[in-house]
Design a protein around this ligand. Sequence first.
Ligand SMILES: [Zn+2]
Length: 323
Amino acid sequence: MRLMEGRIVLESPAIITQRRVERGFVKPADHIPGSMLRGAILTALFRSGMLSQADLKREAEEPSLLASPAYPVWNSARSAPATPFMFYCRKCGTVIDTTPESTDMLRRDEEPRLPLLHECGEPYKPLYGSLIMGANGKLKGVRVHTFRASSAAIGKDRGSIVREMLFDYEAIAEGTEFWAWILAPDWLHTTRIEVAVGRGQSRGFGWGELRLEPTSQPPQQTQGVFVAFSPLLALQSLQWGGCTVTQMKIFGRTIRQQAGWDYAYGFRPIVQLAGRGSIILAEVSGEAAAMLRVGLPVKVAGSWLTGINALLSVDDYYRVLGD
Ligand SMILES: [Zn+2]
């Protein structure tokens, strides 16, 4: 297997929903979940005849292709989730980052103090979990460009529009670019894949080209502070492919959430997840460097959850934000 970096440019608007806020309206996601990206790649390979039904079944039982979440790219800069130690002053428009000092304190088993007010007197807004990128040596917030689209449900009987089933969606604009890490098994030879993500694919929503390029293997950190590049299953120990992650401490929010987008079974168990951007004190053993970037799959109630548990060392995290 090889670690690849993937780039997707949307050729049509994508309806990727995060959660239902009220009836008929769904909050848009600012990223492509790793499990959705993985499913999109496998579906595309099946559609083009490169994978058989049996291959898909095997992939559901024993995942070999894995994907991290895909986050937006702006002006060729990659974005990533902010840590709990990043803050924004609305008045001055500045981002304050205390991650290096705070993670040093965590390593020494001290409790980091979170700043409350900027020097101008304005209360800080926490950036934790939102997307940031580096620009001219500074950090700034990232938002994907969305617009509101209406979509009618089509009645199965006559192909007619069902009036009371008109949904409003926020769609991510075409032209938006995302980046992700992909763990490519040896059988994957293609580097350009036409994928579709989100809802309304048969009506042309969510299509884009994924390009894969080999990327350098990151140096392995066996112990210390990691940044959660995706949501992280709050389990004491994660094990997969000869690699073990033992979590000692999580600094961040954990929430109970339906995990899923499982392309094979549509099965969505409830799990305890730490949000993206959370800081984790952990020990890692095995040849884990590439696997940590896409996240260790976890079997819950007989089904593999993927696209979670991606971890970066703090140095690696700043390398992503730095270029
Ligand atoms: Zn200020």
